[in-house]
Design a protein around this ligand. Sequence first.
Ligand code: SAM
Length: 290
Amino acid sequence: NIPAIATPSRTSGILNRHHLKAKHSLGQNFLIDLNVLREIMDAANLTADDDVIEIGPGIGGLTEQLAQRAHKVIAFEIDSHLIPILHETLSQYHNVKIINQDILKANLPKIIKNDFDSSRKVKIVANLPYYITTPIIVELMKSNARFSSIAVTMQKEVAERVSAKPGSKTFGAISVLIQYLNNVKITNLIPKTAFYPSPKVTSAIVRLTRRHDVKTKVFEDDAFAGFVRGCFAHRRKTFQNNLKSLFGKDARPVIKKVLTQEKVNPMLRPEKLSVETYVKLANAFHQVGL
Ligand code: SAM
């Protein structure tokens, strides 16, 4: 009766036997607390009918629990040194497929189509590497891959920015870009001690689900991202002044006209505007050729 991989004794045993050190550069902090793994899977509402994409299986701690609870798991690991270890630690689970690839380079729509049954829900579940949390979430959003939710760990401060509401200090471009298409919720906080090695910061579990009440779509995703980032470039400036920096001084009359037409107070700071207002304004400026 060997203990679960995500326990302190088993994790240190695996690392020692393979003379492995967790690589900080790849964000390798392994979870060694089974309660936290359960919280992540609960955040995903994971059932035996679901298929899972995992990002960064590490030595397999979360993967093992996913394999026990879900129908099938496909896990992307960038570190080739971990692949033989994963094959060893997960050898008894026949519903797991490990792919040695950078998740940012993976063709997710194709893999989901070929490897998963179209009748099942696909859920993304991961203890994400801190250093690329935002790029991973943004890429997942852009990928058009078929999945119903994302339940992942991230640094608490990043989780707060992603889930911040308008008016709060942490509300920024990333809040708008993610909340435009998703409902976001922090479900749990995770203490540093749940990881080996323990990171310097507290983490959080975040659940993202697609919004079904999106009334207005943006004309183009990348342009929308550029617009929103530009609006938040100088947080202490008014919204109007940010727009002037973004579009240039010559655009002043057009900026004024659009803001009046859309009934937006030009003197507000960028964090005071709602997600819907950003969508509406991005489209309005696009229409007048800016
Ligand atoms: N899932 C394991 C756990 O919970 O104990 C390990 C999580 S650890 C925080 C992050 C993992 O992501 C590491 O195994 C790391 O090598 C891997 N990783 C880092 N960058 C990646 C990328 N671009 N694509 C896929 N995996 C990556």
